[in-house]
Design a protein around this ligand. Sequence first.
Ligand code: ADP
Length: 670
Amino acid sequence: MSPVPTFARRPQFNSTLRWLLPVVLVLLFLTILIWLPWQAREMESNERQEQLIADTLWVEQTIRFQLGRDEESLRALGADIVNGHLSQNQLRERMAQLLSNGHELLRVQWIDPQGRMLIGSDDGAPLSEASRTAADIARRTHNALYAQPEAQNPDPHAPPAAVLMDYHAPLYRGGAYLGNLVATYQVSALLEEMVPWWFAQENQISLTDRDDRVLARRAAAGPGHGVYTHKRALDLPGVNITLVTDSVKSAPRLLPNLLVGSVIVLSLGLLWSLLALWGHITRRLAAEGALRQQMSFRTAMENSLVTGLRARDLEGRVTYVNPAFCQMVGYPAEELIGKLPPMPYWAPEAMAEYQHRFAAVLAGTVTPQFETIFQRSDGTRVPVLIFEAPLVDKDGRQTGWMGSILDISDRKRIEELNRQQQEKLQTSARLATMGEIASMLAHELNQPLAAISSYTTGALNVLGRAEASGAPVDGAMLKPALEQASAQAQRAGQIIRSVHAFVKKREPLREEVTLPALLDGIRALIELQARRFYVIIHTELAPDLPPLRIDRMMIEQVLLNLTRNAIEAMAHIPPQRRVLTLRAAYDAAAGQVSVAVIDQGHGIPQDVAERLFSPFFSTKAEGMGMGLNICRTAIEFHGGALTHRANPDGGTIFTFTLPAVPVATLTGET
Ligand code: ADP
């Protein structure tokens, strides 16, 4: 038994049967087509032959009958001669009558036992050798018989001019032999007189002797073809004469008529078209196979995709969705395909946005890439990133839109986590910075407080003195002291306020701020740091600086970090070089404002530069190593960049850029 299971063989068997059956049927059809005309020809041929035989028999019977009648007349005449009833004249008359009744007869005569003519219908002629032999036999046998006719023509196939055949009837009166009554036939006249014209029309008729020599021939309307012939012996006493008929008809042709021809042409056409069809079907099957394979490949690919796919026609009707998309929105494909907006997965809060975008789609324009939210069937929201591209058919006509949709929930979550982490870091960094400056703050606040204290003491002294002397209080003396005290108190308050605002943790908030205003807000803190190391601050701001849309606190933090680093880098260089320059310029072409923090400190060696922005990298004993990292994040958050390079005058230049019109952010801000 074969180890191959039946189900594995069946398709092959089926395909073999599929092409074998039509082939066998077509072959059978062709065989019958070829056999049919051949069979028809055979039948026609047989029919013609049978017809010829029947006609030949009929002719033979006619000749036999006429000869029989002649024989009968001669016998009657012979009887009258033997009885002696007739005078010579009467005998001649009877002979003439015989001739007129049968045109095949040339003459009738009575010859004596020596063969000489006694009485004849004409002058007579000497008997031929064969005739004499026949006369002798007749005399001996007492029976009438025919003499063998002789062809005079040496050519055995050409008909002789005139072949004569004698019929001898012996005359006996009692035992006395009275000679013979001889009738001479012209053999050709037998054919002329006795064969009907219609038969002669279609058949060449010959009479031949025993050696097949032609004795007489009656030609037909056309030449005989030797195809349908028949021979029939005339069966006359004493002589061998055969009646030969040869039909003018030739063998029936295989393609006798237009019908058979056209049937064959049509079948050849049929065969050709079958072959063409077969070839076409084979090619089609191959193409279908390839297509099926491609389809299953495509389906497998679509099913394995994590990206959702959605096709829409030009009216916005959904024409296709893949399993990933269905999973993403929580609706089965049947509920989505054929749907026109509003879609079941549109979130009510974003409906206006969808409608706006859909109107753009109908107008023939799509945003190639955008973020939005979908509402799942269970009501939960899923943030998605959508890429749209036109769907073009094989003629290059656009038939709709194809969108690939990415579920960006995870990305959003990670972004949010990052953001929170960054904020925490910023907060702790702020706290660390605050820790460092807390002591300086105490020192700085000491100064205004001491000043306030001394101004108020002075004022109190003035008041005390006036009270003791009884003189009125001199307001002009008190006023400057109180004004100074108030100014110092305000300065202390400003220091405390800026620190408070700096430490407070809060959500990013964009507002329109000009750079000078920003610097003014933190100038006191920067100066506080600078004063510690006797650093001079230079500010060079371009006059055309546009306002920025920024999170003020973040950028303040950046500036504070950069200025603190710059100041610290100049802690151990000669005091005259301790200059901190803040330079801001507007690059209208690039649409951005650049701010440079320039120091003339110790500079940044190569190995430090490589790790500068790494978190917790610091070369300082009590440094946290988070400052630059936070700065860069904050700048990039605003769509700018933070870079550094060596200062040609010694030290370092840190530069950050900020877009003059900030772009929409990619974070969760709405
Ligand atoms: P921290 O100041 O706490 O050390 P930062 O991230 O602000 O952390 O700075 C990392 C390191 O980069 C510093 O320790 C210092 O070595 C170097 N650095 C930063 N700014 C400057 C500067 N303007 N000049 C020289 N070195 C600097």
